[in-house]
Design a protein around this ligand. Structure first.
Ligand code: HEM
Length: 396
């Protein structure tokens, strides 16, 4: 394999899996953009994610802080920290995303899902699934977690979009000014929330994060702001695309679609296999901290590694018939939420949102199909999903 390979070329973004298969054959190798080292096999991906000493997350925030932006709290967030700082922060915030916290949220998320599904299926003709369902659910859930007023929910989506647009680079000056103001207003919004919760603790996430631990430890104000900032890129796009990818995959697999529409007990399996076959969290990045060897390849200190989760999830050595979408696949354990110390903090929440969203939807549907021309996929290495998803629904 000697030709230059580009993960961001339009052909690859439209269908990255042939290139991933080639990369798995070749082993670890440099790739465009930027001469990053692509890690594509399951075992190599696990090895990198397990080794935060040699493969660091510290410094990954640079893309989120272009020179024209005075500050961006997201660069100091959990996912961009190594131990020991990561260990302390993670210990402090995990409880808010554990089973007990989610059990309290479940009826409220179900109510949101039911309302959105009811509204969607009442629409006649073609619907834009992205705009009308898959975007709405995670944004409203995050709004609920933060304890925001519903009127602010649309703004939450814009803030999330603004944050993820930063590493894409090349923003004209007027756009730079808009983004500076957007991030400053997000920070003001969180400061307002924190101030209000300090005055009167409630049952929302911000209150939970303010409350001291059993040993009296608390997050500093900056840590709290950084963590809240990080939930927008981490918790919106990935879940939006999980819901959308599920509908895309089912629209292409009529037998499986009929099975899950007839038996909603299959939804948890469906979610796991979609997360493997068309994962919305597509890759992660790491920086090499010292000259290192991995599977016989020498990686120089300072090199950037792109950990291709979506490729590992199609590795035949780990998943027989990896290119097939199989609802009955055994051994669902996989890497769609990462691995090791940075394993997705919101994995339980994302699965819960997807399950409740799909249950609400499928209980109202007899069938659905895709309309329109070829899908346009997100131009991102990190999160993969369609930009729009026109569907025709047949109500039950
Ligand atoms: C389908 C939906 C989701 C997917 C596929 C996903 C995927 C991932 C992946 C792959 C990582 C590891 C990143 C790395 O190793 O560099 C991660 C970390 C993280 N995710 Fe998720 N995520 C999803 C939903 C969510 C949600 C709903 C939230 C919270 C509202 C969330 C919060 C986080 C946080 C805070 C981290 C950082 C954890 C740490 O560094 O210790 N995620 N996620």
């Amino acid at each position: 394999m000697s030709r230059a390979l580009d993960l961001m070329s339009p052909e690859t973004r439209a269908n990255p899996y042939p290139l991933y298969a080639e990369l798995r054959q070749a082993g670890i190798r440099p790739i465009e953009p930027g001469g990053m080292w692509a890690v594509s096999r399951y075992d190599d991906v696990v090895a990198v994610l397990k080794d935060s000493r040699r493969f660091s997350s510290e410094g990954l925030g640079q893309g989120f802080l272009p020179p024209w932006l005075p500050r961006n709290p997201v660069t100091q967030s959990l996912v961009m920290k190594d131990p020991p700082q990561h260990t302390r922060l993670r210990g402090r915030v995990s409880r808010a995303f554990g089973p007990a916290a989610l059990a309290v949220l479940e009826p409220r998320i179900r109510a949101i899902a039911e309302e959105l599904a009811e509204r969607l299926v009442r629409r006649e003709g073609e619907v834009d699934f992205m705009a009308e369902f898959s975007l709405q659910l995670p944004v409203r859930v995050l709004g609920l977690l933060f304890g925001l007023e519903p009127a602010q929910y649309p703004r939450l989506k814009e803030w999330a979009d603004d944050l993820v647009s930063l590493p894409a680079g090349r923003h004209p000056p007027e756009e730079q000014a808009r983004l500076r103001e957007s991030l400053a207003s997000l920070e003001r919004c969180f400061e307002g929330l924190i101030e209000a919760r300090r005055a009167a603790l409630g049952d929302d996430l911000v209150s939970e994060l303010i409350r001291p631990d059993a040993d009296g430890s608390v997050l500093s104000h900056d840590e709290l702001i950084s963590f809240l900032f990080s939930l927008l890129p981490a918790g919106v796009e990935t879940t939006v695309y999980l819901l959308a990818n599920t509908m895309v995959v089912l629209s292409e697999h009529p037998e499986e679609r009929a099975r899950v529409l007839a038996d909603r007990g299959l939804i948890p399996r469906l979610i796991e296999e979609v997360l493997r076959y068309e994962p919305s969290g597509h890759s992660s990045l790491r920086l090499v901290t010292e000259d290192t060897e991995l599977s016989g390849v020498r990686l120089p200190r300072g090199a950037m590694v792109v950990v291709l989760l979506a490729s590992a999830l199609r590795d035949e050595r780990q998943f027989p018939q990896a290119d097939r979408f199989l609802l009955d696949r055994e051994k669902p354990s996989h890497l769609a939420f990462g691995h090791g110390i940075h394993y997705c903090l919101g994995a339980l929440l994302a699965r819960l949102e997807a399950r409740l969203g799909l249950e609400a939807l499928f209980s109202r549907l007899q069938d659905f199909s895709r309309t329109g021309s070829e899908l346009q996929w997100s131009p991102s290495l990190i999160a993969r999903g369609p930009l729009a998803l026109p569907l025709r629904l047949t109500p039950a």
